[in-house]
Write a protein that binds this ligand. Structure first.
Ligand SMILES: [Zn+2]
Length: 96
């Protein structure tokens, strides 16, 4: 929960993320689903299960729900550098 919405700078409220994901998420709590063009809650890994909202199609993440689609789009989870990293990780046996 962002500070602007009353979130605290406590371990329970902070999340470890790469710089890119952190900047793309920013203080967003609701994000635009590209399929329905409606704002939906961004994926919350503490309260939701990844597999309920996402799946792998090769190296690409695809959304199974509005939240999944909107989170992928907002965090740019299929940008070329991430796809290249996932490909390298698969060679090393670490993806998915
Ligand atoms: Zn990231």
């Amino acid at each position: 929960m962002p500070i602007k919405s009353g979130g605290e700078t406590s371990v329970e409220n902070l999340a470890l993320a790469c710089v890119s994901c952190s900047l793309h998420k920013s203080a967003k709590e609701f994000v635009l689903d590209p399929e329905t063009n409606k704002f939906v809650p961004i994926f919350n890994p503490r309260q939701q299960d990844w597999a309920d909202h996402f799946q792998w199609v090769g190296f690409r993440m695809t959304g199974l729900t509005a939240t999944g689609r909107a989170t992928i789009e907002t965090l740019k989870q299929n940008r070329p550098i991430i796809l290249a990293i996932r490909e390298e990780e698969q060679i090393l046996g670490r993806h998915p």
